[in-house]
Design a protein around this ligand. Sequence first.
Ligand code: UDP
Length: 241
Amino acid sequence: MSGAKRPKEYEKLIVKGKRCDGRKIDELRPLTIKVGVIKRANGSAYVELGKTKVYAAVYGPKELHPRRLVEDDKAVLSVKYSMLAFSVNDRARPGPNRRSTEISKVVKHALEPVIFLEEFPQLNIELIVDIIQADAGTRTAAVIAGSVALANAGIPMKGLVSACAAGKVDGEILLDLNAPEDNFGDSDLPIAMTSTDKKITLMQLDGVMTKAEIQKAIILIRKGNDYIISKQIEALKGVYQ
Ligand code: UDP
């Protein structure tokens, strides 16, 4: 984020209201959602948000190991987010690290509120998210894909969860930052929301924004999330119709 020295091509990230990838200020990157893409999982999804590409697979409900993690009155949602070695410019080191542990945790908290976990006491619902290509917004893409994969696995849910970010770049609030905007901008605010009551289940802020800027960002994010939810529903319907 902020302060990074910009290469010449990104000296100006907004020119005459257009962004470096041609989008308008309030425009999401092109979004593709595919359902049931992994045969051996109970549920799965593939999400492409611009150049960010993500697979999510769900296993379970199944026995939870180690047993000390068992919750007597509900299922445990375990989330494992990983970046594949070739997903970023500098080869990503395999295995968990601080960032992947943090993102696994926030994706879990973003999704849990819509799942009827109490229907599966003592069991485990496992969500694995692999980032194939990272170009900013991998945690929001992970929430989008994870939510659809859970639905595809037949996990009882109150609704879906969608997610997108907005951030401040060169004094403007932009929807859904891409990698140059994320790297050279001032701040990034990813937000996840439930489809039913639009409750916020994930909100993180990287960088600094004023209250007014956050309010402006939330208006953009709400619109973005409404569109994302419509695409999630369309993708799920496509499989069952
Ligand atoms: N990134 C990277 N290498 C890393 C971690 C991140 O190149 O080890 C890039 C990648 O494009 C990622 C972006 O930085 O999507 C922003 O990462 P951040 O941690 O802010 O999370 P994200 O926006 O992906 O949810």
